[in-house]
Unconditional design. Sequence first.
Length: 180
Amino acid sequence: MTDFALETPRLVLRDWREGDLDPFAAMCADPRVMATLGPLLSREETAALIGRLVAIAQVNGYTQWALERRDDGRFLGWCGLNPGTFWPLEGRIEVGWRLIADCWGQGYAREAAQAALVWGFERLAPDAIWAITAQANRRSRGLMERLGMVRHPELDFDHPKVPDGSPLKPHVAYSIARRP
């Protein structure tokens, strides 16, 4: 696999590195970060997640890339694209993000997601790129709307990987169409 790097004015979306495990594991064990995403992850579960992301990149040429700040190289989280694997995203491309809590509200997720969307439309040429989140995740839903994404209430669904009874089970779907 080649070294991937997508740069924005303040950020670099890049391939995962061995040194990403510690800060990513800390982020995935932070109750603030995971409150609307799912259960806290152990270091081992986080390492396995990185392994899955690397495998997705090897197969598809894209993934949820590691996200770092350009000026100091600080690991900030992830952002990128994934192939949808279940309804309503099956056969579609999904954009997503997850950032460390002390970097929320600084425009990093929006900057990274916009770069991922541009890259996806240019390189993968879909008619639309999709995003999902828990119905209760107002922060991500707000970002989706700021990105120009449109909600599809007819595609609301219960996430198949979230346990029954969890307040995170109800999910919503958004998309943004390719611009002419």
